[in-house]
Design a protein around this ligand. Structure first.
Ligand code: ADP
Length: 162
């Protein structure tokens, strides 16, 4: 049984993330989407909100679970019996950063392999920051994020001055 972990900020989850999850769930026996509570970043959504939005989006995927974690990813991965860390790659520019992290994680936990999945072309430009910028200024994010995220972005920014 191969358990994989897909870590990230997911602030908020986009259809690019969801595409990676949908493809990975067909490869691995069990997939844990791990929402990082990062003390160095001030997120738009709390970790619990981010988790809830992912849970709604993956409700039809029986072998996918969502958890919040803090601290070192490899410690969390070990505690869940994960053998694979999954990351998505968009452009070549992702590669350098991702390789550095993957090698660092392997140094700490040689039994865990990092696997990269390339993005689907239609999502190669998409990230959470772009989505937040569009929503902040009243643009339409339909098709870029799951419907529950679209709604919450609208709620969030309707109360915030631009
Ligand atoms: P982090 O802050 O850890 O980079 P993100 O939430 O931005 O967290 O991304 C989590 C993972 O999803 C990363 O591996 C990232 O490369 C990948 N990812 C983000 N957007 C896309 C996309 N549009 N297509 C494929 N992978 C993506």
């Amino acid at each position: 049984m191969i358990v994989a972990i897909y870590p990230g900020s997911f602030d908020p989850i986009t259809n690019g993330h969801l595409d990676i999850i949908d493809r990975a769930r067909k490869i691995f026996d069990h997939l844990i989407v791990a929402v990082l509570q990062n003390p160095n970043k001030v997120p738009l959504f709390s970790a619990e909100e981010r988790k809830r939005m992912i849970e709604e989006a993956v409700a039809d995927f029986p072998n996918v679970a969502v958890e919040v974690f803090d601290g070192l990813l490899v410690h969390f991965a070990r505690s869940r019996g994960c053998r694979v860390i999954l990351r998505g790659l968009r452009a070549i520019s992702d590669y350098e950063y991702e390789t550095q992290i993957a090698l660092t994680n392997r140094k700490m936990a040689p039994e865990i392999e990092t696997i990269f999945l390339p993005t689907s072309t239609e999502y190669s430009y998409l990230n959470s920051t772009v989505v937040k910028e569009i929503a902040r200024f009243g643009g339409c994010v339909r098709g870029l994020v799951p419907p529950g995220v679209e709604r919450r972005l609208r709620e969030k920014f309707s109360s915030v001055p631009r």
